[in-house]
Design a protein around this ligand. Structure first.
Ligand code: GTP
Ligand code: MG
Ligand code: ZN
Length: 349
């Protein structure tokens, strides 16, 4: 970076509450996360951060605003994580029932998809997660310099109902002005999408210089992940970019309200079903089924909606089961402790 970003360049806003005047604490934003160690910037200098306490909650992620102490050397301590205004989360790959926060305090999430290999189902899944995050999604179609891009991009619009779609090429610079227009001073845009779609290349193109490593043109490593951590990159005068490593698959962590926002046309049709709790499976006078029978596009969207809804319901059940089991353990411990006390001194209550 050519010059030191101020807190404002990092995305700090006057309406955000930091430590009180006279406090020995100051704020910083996490620019790269753990495990166990974080990098941040406090508007004056880059800092290496450790957690003050083992029980620091929540675990800081890239994009977080934290209060820090120390600073004679480059190592400082994270004292607290400031309240998040947005939280982009997914169900962790593998077991898939743990919530994993990918980034915090982002205003916009750019769902990146390459024009020659766009996966509509994946875009729907990512949109659902972004609607649940508190940030606003935009869909960024990358590599639009590829031959026949216009025709290839057409089907993507069908799954981007009510969402801005921006076509860009980092190679030619096309569309970058539109992206700069949705950005702005202190606005944070996180980029997500599979590996190799050109997320880091796009950050470099917006920055006008090589701030991130990208997959080399001559690289033969298909599917190799080039970016391995989540980076926050303040671009003074442009905005704040948050680059993420490509995720092979994406399981959204969301609720039905977010699902409704990702499928607004299904939601609108559902308002006209006879039953307010219609599942759109077999009920009479179901407006969604009626529309799906007449329109292939609605039918495809309905089947995505169904599978996502099942997936989210499964996650919610797993989460509830886990909460109940934790609650049971907590009670068992309380009861055990109570019994121990009774045995020692039966008169004490
Ligand atoms: N034709 C064309 N190729 C591009 C464009 N942007 C990126 N690429 C190429 O796509 C490949 C991947 O780019 P990266 O920016 O490293 O992709 P990434 O999404 O950051 O990948 P990960 O870090 O692994 O998640 C590189 O070989 C780039 O040269 C573009 O606008 N047009
Ligand atoms: Mg990358
Ligand atoms: Zn219905």
């Amino acid at each position: 970076m050519s010059h030191t970003p101020s807190l404002h360049d990092l995305g700090w806003r006057p309406d955000m509450a930091g430590p009180p005047d006279g406090s020995h604490l100051r704020v910083a934003r996490i620019t790269q996360q753990g495990p166990g160690i974080w990098h941040g910037h406090d508007g004056a200098t880059e800092v290496v951060l450790h957690a003050r306490s083992r029980s620091l909650e929540p675990t800081p992620v890239t994009g977080d605003w934290v209060t820090i102490s120390g600073g004679d050397g480059p190592v400082c301590f994270i004292e607290a994580v400031l309240p998040r205004r947005s939280e982009l989360a997914r169900a962790e790959a593998g077991g898939r029932s743990e919530r994993q926060v990918i980034a915090a305090n982002v205003d916009l999430v750019g769902i990146c998809t390459p024009v020659d290999d766009a996966n509509s189902r994946r875009i729907e899944r990512e949109l659902t997660a972004v609607w649940a995050s508190g940030a606003t999604p935009i869909v960024i179609i990358t590599k639009c310099d590829i031959d026949g891009a216009d025709g290839l991009a057409a089907h993507i619009d069908a799954v981007c109902v009510g969402v801005d779609v921006v076509r860009v090429s980092s190679a030619t610079g096309a569309g970058l002005d539109r992206l700069r227009a949705v950005l702005g001073d202190g606005i944070t845009l996180a980029l997500i999408g599979p590996s190799g779609v050109g997320k880091s290349t796009l950050v470099n193109a917006l920055a006008g210089e090589e701030v991130l490593m990208t997959q080399g043109i001559r690289s033969d490593g298909r599917g190799r992940h080039t970016t391995t951590s989540r980076y926050l990159i303040p671009l003074p005068g442009i905005g704040v970019l948050l680059d993420t490593p490509g995720m092979r698959e994406f399981a959204p962590w969301a609720d039905d309200a977010a699902l409704g926002e990702a499928f607004p046309e299904i939601d609108a049709l559902a308002q006209r079903c006879r039953f307010s709790d219609c599942t759109h499976e077999h009920e009479p006078d179901c407006a969604v089924l009626a529309a799906a029978a007449e329109d292939e596009q609605v039918s495809a969207r309905l089947s995505s909606w169904r599978s996502l809804q099942r997936e989210l319901a499964w996650l919610a059940r797993r989460r509830d089961a886990r909460l109940m089991s934790e609650e049971r353990k907590r009670w068992a411990a309380i009861i055990k402790e109570g019994k121990g006390r009774t045995r020692q001194d039966p008169r004490r209550r």
